[in-house]
Design a protein around this ligand. Structure first.
Ligand SMILES: CC(C)(COP(=O)(O)OP(=O)(O)OC[C@H]1O[C@@H](n2cnc3c(N)ncnc32)[C@H](O)[C@@H]1OP(=O)(O)O)[C@@H](O)C(=O)NCCC(=O)NCCS
Length: 333
């Protein structure tokens, strides 16, 4: 007689319960960075919209930032930390290649022995993590998940690099995802284009650094290539996410794109024909580009500044090194 295997099924719907945020302790103005890159405060403001970026102290790492943001998200969610059975950290700045940030964060916040793993999807990492938490909860593989984007990018910055260093900041943004009576996370549109892997990423390997063949690896990008890809290709992805969710741009309460460059954000808003009623995340101005942390940090700020957005729809889209991208419409808690 054959034994029939039991396979789990989960809940019908999920939603984001709450957000948490942590930013690096120091505000670093443009003036502090322009010397070694022969730039100016005016150039950085005009070309990127950044006035200051937040950077962490030397003894604060991506795990510390993630822990702080996750504690806030769990506290606000009303979920007991011990009921969290899945922790997904999206990061490219784990101080060590292993163990994962997630396992340590799960333990620190009282969610031990939750399943825990890191996602390396750069600036799309948070959207990837939300896609996974949503799918795993609906499949019955988890019940309450934490998704946290966390980065200490200042550790991988070369102060003499003109291509990306002045954009980057440190921070973490976290959410708790759990079961819902109504749909709270729309279909995810995600993907990659590894043929453009050289457009943005680390300039050297760790082994080259070890062998004295290269300096400490730092982030580099072909700025205009990434800019054009973001503006042309990512707008299509954003439209697909709206379509997949069955909503129009005019149904949105908020738009939270990855905080890469204010000009990219403005171009998105124009091409998506967002009405003035849609509030746009512009956290980049004072936080900088925090890769995986940028979307939840920007959303956390929007909810602080505009509590009336609660219950409304937000379109979020992440894109970056890989190249990778991910977008979905969510209901704001
Ligand atoms: C990096 C970025 C801000 C550069 O802006 P840009 O408008 O594309 O600038 P360009 O590289 O075309 O350079 C324009 C001019 O500014 C100069 N320039 C470039 N970097 C500069 C800097 N840091 N400071 C001052 N001048 C600079 C160039 O030399 C060039 O001068 P020229 O016109 O005299 O030749 C922009 O390309 C960008 O934001 N790219 C995408 C970022 C992104 O989405 N990343 C995703 C992964 S996180």
């Amino acid at each position: 007689m054959t034994v029939s295997l039991r396979q789990p099924t989960g809940v019908a719907h999920t939603r984001i319960y709450a957000y948490g945020a942590a930013r690096g302790e120091r505000a670093v103005p443009n003036e502090d960075l322009i010397g070694p890159i022969d730039s100016s405060d005016e150039w950085i403001r005009q070309r990127t919209g950044i006035v200051t970026r937040m950077r962490a102290e030397a003894d604060t790492d991506a795990i510390d930032l993630a822990t702080e943001a996750t504690r806030e998200a769990i506290a606000r969610s009303g979920v007991d930390p011990s009921a969290v059975d899945l922790v997904i950290c999206a990061t490219i700045s784990n101080p060590k290649q292993t163990p994962s940030v997630s396992a340590i964060v799960a333990d620190r916040v009282g969610a031990n022995p939750a399943a825990a793993y890191d996602v390396n999807a750069a600036c799309a990492g948070f959207a990837y993590g939300v896609a996974q938490a949503d799918a795993l909860i609906r499949a019955g593989a988890a019940h309450y998940a934490v998704v946290v984007g966390t980065e200490k990018l200042s550790d991988v910055v070369d102060p003499t690099d003109r291509s990306i260093s002045f954009l980057l900041g440190d921070g973490a943004g976290a959410v708790v995802v759990g079961p819902s009576d109504t749909p709270g996370i729309g279909p995810t549109v995600w993907g990659s284009d590894g043929s453009k892997a050289d457009a943005v990423g680390m300039n050297h390997t760790l082994t080259d650094f070890r062998d004295g063949k290269a300096p400490w690896p730092t982030l580099r990008q072909e700025g205009p290539t990434v800019f054009r890809w973001a503006v042309w290709e990512m707008v299509k992805v954003a439209r697909e996410a709206l379509e997949a969710a069955g909503v129009e741009a005019s149904d949105l309460a908020a738009f939270v794109p990855h905080q890469a460059n204010m000009r990219i954000i403005d171009e998105f808003a124009k091409q998506l024909k967002l009405p003035d009623t849609v509030v746009i995340g512009r956290d980049i101005e004072t936080t900088g580009n925090t890769s995986a942390a940028s979307i939840p940090l920007a959303t956390h700020r929007l909810l602080e500044e505009h509590p009336e957005l609660s219950g409304g729809l937000a379109l979020q889209i992440g894109f970056g090194a890989g190249l990778v991208f991910g977008a979905q419409v969510i209901v704001l808690p």
